[in-house]
Design a protein around this ligand. Structure first.
Ligand code: MG
Ligand code: MG
Length: 270
């Protein structure tokens, strides 16, 4: 059942999302060659707790850490470890926080130092596909319109769209209805309504869309060993249109990136 949020709940959820946004901004300064994902995990946990929030993933379905850290060919759900990041790696960081009874959940794939051009393009296309999907989150559309937009954008450019893992409704639970696949058919699926809050999260592979499961029971990786990227935002449908609750601006501030990509999805009511 889809749980519709009222405007007060949406404002509470904006704060939960922003706890995650700020956490990712802090991590952005720390992602560099030689740093371990376990070190980054500790930084994130400390910051989230300092914000009167608790890590959203820690203990969820028995996940052992605060962050899902998925380098290179890992798609999602990688477990932090003591292996240092290396120049040329990419690292997908997915972070959740629970505050005032509501979850925030968003993700960014970072470059570690200089990365190959084809990998840089993968990151760019994956992030752009996220916005292609978000643009479809409007009343009058259906879930399939969002997935279609993401899939078409990525497949037209030759990338693989992971099928087994999907976006989702977000609220008092980390994973609520409806599922928001990154593939689909136009005009199909559940109707989008005002007050829906969802996490859209394309997981896009440089090569095949097919995946393998690592024996740790968590990590998902690409079948062909090529890199995979993951970007995720939290969005509410307000006045018939998508409104971003999360933001990459803290990441961009940390990295000195100037971007107006979120402008069209910013709140007009604040
Ligand atoms: Mg996530
Ligand atoms: Mg999610």
């Amino acid at each position: 059942m889809i749980k519709i949020k009222n405007s007060e709940e949406i404002e509470i959820m904006r704060e939960s999302a922003l706890v995650v946004s700020r956490t990712l901004g802090i991590l952005a300064k720390e992602v560099k060659p030689g740093v371990t994902t376990l070190f980054l995990d500790k930084i994130a946990e400390e910051y989230i707790r300092s914000q009167d929030a608790i890590p959203g993933f820690l203990g969820l379905y028995d996940f052992p850490n605060t962050l899902c850290m998925s380098p290179n060919a890992q798609v999602v759900h990688g477990i932090p470890n003591d292996k240092p990041l290396q120049e040329g790696d990419i690292i997908s960081i997915d972070c959740g926080a629970l505050k005032n009874g509501f979850y925030g959940d968003h993700a960014y794939t970072f470059a570690v130092g200089e990365i190959e051009e084809e990998t840089r393009k993968l990151l760019e296309v994956t992030k752009q596909s996220l916005y292609e999907g978000i643009r479809q989150l409007k009343v009058g559309n259906r879930v399939g319109d969002v997935g279609y937009a993401i899939q078409k954008y990525c497949e037209d450019r030759g990338y693989g769209v992971v099928r087994e893992l999907v976006g989702h409704g977000l609220g008092r639970k980390m994973h609520e209805d409806p599922e928001m696949p990154n593939y689909g058919k136009r005009g199909r699926g559940k109707k989008l309504m005002n007050g829906m809050v969802v996490a859209i999260e394309p997981m896009i592979n440089l090569g095949t869309h097919r995946i393998n499961h690592l024996s740790d029971g968590w990590t998902i990786l690409t079948k062909d060993g090529k890199p995979s990227a993951h970007f995720e935002h939290d969005i509410a449908i307000v006045n018939g249109k998508p409104e971003l609750l999360s933001t990459f601006k803290y990441i961009y501030d940390a990295l000195g990136i100037v971007s107006d990509e979120e402008l069209e999805f910013n709140s007009t009511t604040l």
